[in-house]
Design a protein around this ligand. Structure first.
Ligand SMILES: NC(=O)c1ccc[n+]([C@@H]2O[C@H](COP(=O)([O-])OP(=O)(O)OC[C@H]3O[C@@H](n4cnc5c(N)ncnc54)[C@H](OP(=O)(O)O)[C@@H]3O)[C@@H](O)[C@H]2O)c1
Length: 277
């Protein structure tokens, strides 16, 4: 399986559509910097961009996609409904689509379960409406714990989330949530795969990475893809955007995958709404 990975590789979603396994994260990539990052990524062969209302760059992402000249349907664009917009979810999805200028979004997520059961359940119902209206092609969730996954499946058994976007790295593997997703054929999108940059200088990663003549960042992204996740590294720097996609000419051995799996610490680098009630 690992040998077949490529920048073009797409995974099948539970709604029948496909998603590129490697995506560019654009949190904090704002304004012209964001537009340049998306352009650089598309030029390098990335076909998946992960944005959100909260990142305030849906317009720049859309502009870069349109300026690329690449047919719209070949590029997969995600956004997320921010917590404070979940009470008026459908209107906010319409607003995101309009801001992007793209006519539709490929994937819309609820950014987190934090607004509480009643609000997030109604909001998910709105995502289904948005999908039926053609505003978004696929729908999903982010930062959902296994109890949230069971909750949304119970409420909407015919429209399960296509993905759950959560923090995942060798240091924070989220096995319980990953297993709940696998059980329902929901793909896991791994965010903060580089630990927000905190992991890229760790000596234990250098040790393994240098045996492949790769950097720790490349090792972390490759680990994520070989673990079966969709991986969303963020960089606003074209050189690092290139570095992060130059990962398809090596395979992490089973033994090294085990060594990386053994780095689990049980804690992450960012917020963790997966435990919300
Ligand atoms: N759903 C959610 O709640 C949620 C939460 C967090 C993140 N996300 C998504 O996941 C994406 C990625 O997560 P993240 O932004 O938190 O962190 P990340 O991808 O783990 O790390 C990004 C940081 O690493 C640096 N970096 C990138 N490539 C590097 C390389 N090759 N060598 C050294 N440093 C490198 C970046 O700096 P430069 O830009 O200067 O290269 C940036 O500071 C986000 O952009 C967003 O799309 C979602």
């Amino acid at each position: 399986m690992a040998k077949q990975l490529s920048i073009e590789r797409r995974l099948k979603l539970n709604d029948g559509r496909e998603i590129p396994q490697l995506g560019l994260g654009v949190y904090l990539s704002k304004g012209k910097e964001g537009e340049r990052a998306v352009k650089a990524a598309l030029d390098l062969g990335y076909r998946h961009i992960d944005s959100a209302q909260m990142y305030a760059n849906e317009a720049e992402v859309g502009a870069a996609v349109l300026a690329s000249g690449i047919p719209r349907e070949q590029i997969f664009v995600t956004s997320k409904v921010w917590d404070s917009a979940q009470s008026k979810c459908l209107v906010s999805v319409q607003d995101s689509v309009k801001k992007s200028g793209l006519g539709y979004l490929d994937l819309m997520l609820l950014h987190s379960p934090n607004p509480g059961k009643a609000t997030r359940t109604k909001a998910y119902g709105d995502l289904i409406k948005a999908q039926k209206l053609g505003l978004v092609k696929s729908i999903g969730v982010s930062n959902y714990g296994s109890h949230h996954i069971e909750e949304v499946i119970a409420a909407f058994p015919d429209s399960p989330p296509a993905v759950n976007q959560i923090e995942v790295s060798p240091f924070f593997q989220r096995r319980e949530i990953v297993n709940a997703c696998l059980k329902h054929n929901i793909l896991v999108e791994a965010y903060s795969p580089l630990g927000k940059g905190a992991h890229v200088d760790l000596p234990e990663l250098h040790e393994i990475a240098k045996t492949y003549e790769k950097t720790p960042s490349q090792l972390l992204i490759r680990w994520s893809l070989q673990s079966g996740h969709i991986c969303l590294p963020k960089s606003a720097n074209p050189t690092r955007i290139k570095e992060n996609s130059d990962i398809f000419d090596f395979v992490i051995t089973e033994n090294d995958m085990k060594k990386l799996d053994a780095l689990e610490t049980g804690s992450g680098v960012t917020w963790d709404p997966t435990t919300a009630l």
